[in-house]
Design a protein around this ligand. Structure first.
Ligand code: CA
Length: 337
């Protein structure tokens, strides 16, 4: 691929060579402490002959850990002889953010999942997104980007796809979501789709699956198991490795079709959750309260469900601010009737 767009990032392995190769994207980072310095960003390519290419990415947001754990283990265990086709693994897409335990990059403030399709002449985050778009997504048939809730949210473990207008692409995407086999499967209408890796992959006509596997700045035995099973299932589903996907139960399909599914705080204070993750709520139920510890005369503010459904996401920190997402309520998909 000699006619690829300019990038300042180089890759120290051949993305198209057969065999198993651990390498790095060399991202130039010239700074006071290291004039000719760089960030080596780990990548593994495992290829054996002709077949589909699956791209797995983790730590698109740096404080989400199931992806880095499952992909570090996959990188160690999967061998070229196991594979027909190619697997590209990037365990931490926003490596500077991952190293800082933060959602966004401490170098440029970049939110990787708002930086796509990227910019070859932009910031570190922009340059990585551009390389991923032009070198990795360009080679892939199926992309799986493993997210969780990070520091600020916790979610039920779910695979996520978007409701796509192209019927054939939607059917292939839904089949991949069901093969991933997380306990829940969200069919999402995105609030803020511009700049996401999701949008770049989908607009290229390819299959894209994302996840939200938990959160609260860490991981659990369950969420790691969901990630590891999902990754292996996608490889089986695409025929890159042999075997039938392990689906203990079909994903319960859900969606968030209305603005009322997203409950936001309009004041700042002490956050009391009143309905736990997974609970069913009816419209009118109080799902949380905001208390004003330093203002004894002020009544707490109830956050009330506008729709009925299941709590699939909650705010994690003990304090909440104006505009923070307090909870998300999902309904079954497709809608009954
Ligand atoms: Ca995320």
């Amino acid at each position: 691929m000699s006619n690829e767009e300019f990038s300042k990032i180089s890759c120290d392995i051949d993305l198209d060579a057969d065999g198993k190769h651990n390498g790095a994207l060399i991202v130039p980072w010239s700074r006071d402490e290291s004039s000719w310095g760089s960030i080596p960003l780990p990548i593994t390519v495992i290829k054996n002959g002709a077949g589909p290419t699956v791209l797995f990415t983790g730590a698109n947001h740096g404080d989400e850990y199931e992806g880095p754990i499952a992909l570090t283990k996959l990188r160690a265990s999967l061998q070229a002889a196991d594979v027909q086709g190619r697997v590209i693994i990037v365990p931490a897409l926003n490596l500077p953010a991952f190293r800082a335990g933060a959602r966004t990059s401490p170098i440029d403030g970049g939110n990787m999942n708002r930086a796509f399709p990227g910019n070859a002449r932009g910031t570190i985050t922009d340059m990585i997104a551009h390389f991923v778009t032009t070198r990795l997504i360009a080679r892939a048939d199926v992309c799986v980007d493993i997210h969780a809730g990070g520091r600020s949210m916790n979610l039920l473990p779910m695979g996520i796809i978007h409701d796509l207008p192209d019927e054939k692409q939607m059917a292939a995407t839904l089949a991949a979501l069901q093969a991933f086999a997380a306990p829940y499967g969200m069919v999402l209408t995105e609030l803020d789709a511009v700049g996401m890796i999701d949008t770049v992959v989908e607009e290229a006509g390819k299959v894209f699956v994302s996840t939200e596997l938990g959160g609260a700045a860490s991981s659990t035995v369950e969420t790691i198991a969901v990630a590891e099973r999902g990754v292996m299932n996608i490889l089986k589903h695409t025929g890159v490795i042999e075997g039938v996907p392990d689906i203990p139960a079909p994903s319960r399909l859900i969606h968030t079709p209305k603005g009322g599914c997203f409950v936001s705080a309009r004041t700042e204070g002490l956050f009391e959750i009143c309905k736990d993750l997974g609970a069913h709520v009816d419209a009118g139920d109080v799902i949380a309260r905001v208390h004003y510890l330093e203002d004894p005369d002020r009544e707490p503010t109830p956050l009330v469900a506008e729709v009925s459904g299941q709590i699939v996401c909650r705010h994690v920190p003990g304090l909440i601010r104006r505009g923070d997402c307090a909870a998300v309520i999902a309904e079954p998909w497709p809608a009954a009737g």
